[in-house]
Design a protein. Structure first.
Length: 287
């Protein structure tokens, strides 16, 4: 038996091990500076879009005018983190009706923000990673949702793992004006520190739902967690419905390949090991 175990271990060690990797990612570095309502992924395939920017009067109903722009060193707040790479800003601007901003406290929960969609066929263990920024008059409360059918959306708890000083993870089950579930808040009244103009990096989530794996209809949304009186700015004041925005960077949907085909060399090694295993077994049996 002592001759068999090392061979078995060698065979096991020779088999490939699945590792989590990017299914699709958006860093916005491959996009031209300027208006862009649907930036292309930098890795993989998929679509990105904002939602709810051209529906509510802010003070007028505007036109969706998301754009890719360069971050600035001056865009820092309580945590002192800046981002000088290309980023994606979500907002509306004046249309035919006059001045508009897009972000509105009248928007129902989960109807304003961004959506990223990609197929997870061939992957399981789905996870999310992204960076988020809200201006001083931007909405303070953000939730993450996912869908497996493009119709029904599920709330997902977020975890803080990067430069997230000043951001608070909360859970609501009482107020009808905030999502029944998990969300994060960059809010002066919640965390007691200066708020707004903060880059929060490495917000993460793991999606345990088996239906999210091998799903051609998979998508995520980072959207408003509150409405009405609960929909406050990062300063803890009522949303003014005329200014403020959100910005995103390094949005990544990850997964682990669910099937691995060994390389020819692996099959050869396996065959050699199997032969040696059988020979050793016969010799052992003759003793």
């Amino acid at each position: 038996m002592k001759k068999i175990l090392p061979i078995a271990a060698l065979i096991a060690a020779s088999l490939p091990v699945a590792e989590a990797g990017s299914i699709a990612a958006w860093t916005f570095q491959n996009d031209a500076i300027g208006v862009n309502n649907s930036p292309a992924p930098s890795t993989g395939s998929g679509t990105a879009s904002s939602i709810g920017m051209n529906i509510y009067p802010t003070p007028n109903v505007g036109a969706t005018t998301d754009d890719v722009l360069n971050g600035k060193n001056s865009d820092t707040g309580a945590n002192g983190v800046s981002n000088t790479t290309q980023i994606w800003r979500i907002r509306a601007q004046a249309g035919t009706n006059g001045a508009a901003n897009g972000w509105s406290s009248a928007a129902p929960i989960g109807t304003q923000g961004v959506q990223f969609a990609t197929s997870t066929l061939g992957f399981d263990d789905i996870a999310i990673n992204f960076d988020w920024y809200a201006t001083t008059q931007g909405e303070a409360n953000l939730q993450l949702e996912y869908t497996t059918d493009g119709i029904n959306w599920q709330n997902v708890p977020l975890a803080l793992s990067g430069s997230d000083g000043g951001l608070t993870v909360l859970t609501n089950s009482a107020s009808p004006n905030t999502v029944d579930g998990s969300y994060v808040s960059d809010n002066l009244l919640n965390n007691g520190s200066l708020a707004g103009q903060d880059w929060f990096t490495g917000l993460t989530a793991t999606i345990d739902d088996p239906n999210a794996a091998n799903d051609p209809n998979f998508a995520i949304e980072m959207v408003n967690a509150s409405t009405g009186a609960d929909n406050v700015s990062t300063q803890g004041t009522a949303l003014n419905n005329s200014s403020g925005n959100w910005r995103f960077d390094n949005v990544t949907i990850l997964g682990t390949p669910d099937t691995i085909t060994p390389e020819p060399a692996t099959f050869a090694l396996f065959g050699t090991g199997l032969v040696a295993l059988l020979v050793g077994h016969r010799q052992f049996g003759r003793r």
